[in-house]
Design a protein around this ligand. Structure first.
Ligand code: ADP
Length: 167
């Protein structure tokens, strides 16, 4: 049986401060499953981000340059409202460990209640990336360490340029 379906447009929301190898893996695996993937940087009010929104847009664009159905955008306000504006019918999220599951489940159920036509799709993190988080990278940087092996090469270069002490 064939069934005509709408193109699958998914949003991958996050703060991406900074983009990690785990995020990039999710973008490339997610991008190959859907027709169009929008990586959407949340413009929240975090007091001390490592990178500005513009820097994050630039870094993600560089890292996904080879993926032609992936775009990078920013949003503020409710994710489901942004999904409605962009005509997106899916939200992509990653699960690293049981600790992610609880908050992800809660968000997915809330989002479904607010906008049932948007499904949340979960991909499990790859084992080798499952311990990587932006928060941990920020901590390593703050403590003077080198987080270069946890992020894409272009992000590592920007980190070294911004924090020259890391060599
Ligand atoms: P982080 O959780 O690293 O601070 P975000 O808040 O930007 O990053 O996360 C956005 C999404 O990416 C979330 O669904 C999160 O579970 C997922 N994610 C984060 N790190 C990884 C990883 N290492 N592997 C797979 N998915 C991840």
């Amino acid at each position: 049986m064939t069934r005509n379906r709408r193109p699958l447009v998914a949003i991958y929301p996050g703060s991406f401060d900074p983009l990690t190898n785990g995020h990039l893996d999710l973008i490339s695996r997610g991008g190959s499953l859907v027709d169009h993937l929008i990586v959407a940087i949340l413009q929240n009010t975090e007091k001390q981000p490592l990178f500005t929104i513009d820097e994050r847009i630039g870094m993600i664009r560089e890292a996904v340059a080879g993926l032609n159905n992936v775009e990078v955008d920013t949003f503020e306000g409710l994710l489901v409202d942004y999904a409605a504006r962009r005509g997106a019918n899916a939200i992509l999220r990653g699960i690293r460990a049981v600790s992610d599951y609880e908050t992800e489940l809660q968000m997915a159920l809330l989002n479904r209640r607010m906008r049932p036509e948007t499904e949340t799709i979960f991909l499990m993190a790859r084992e080798e990336y499952s311990f990587i988080s932006s928060r941990m990278i920020k901590e390593i940087i703050t403590l003077g360490g080198d987080a270069g092996s946890f992020v894409p090469a272009n992000v590592a270069n920007r980190l070294r340029a911004k924090f020259p002490a890391l060599g």
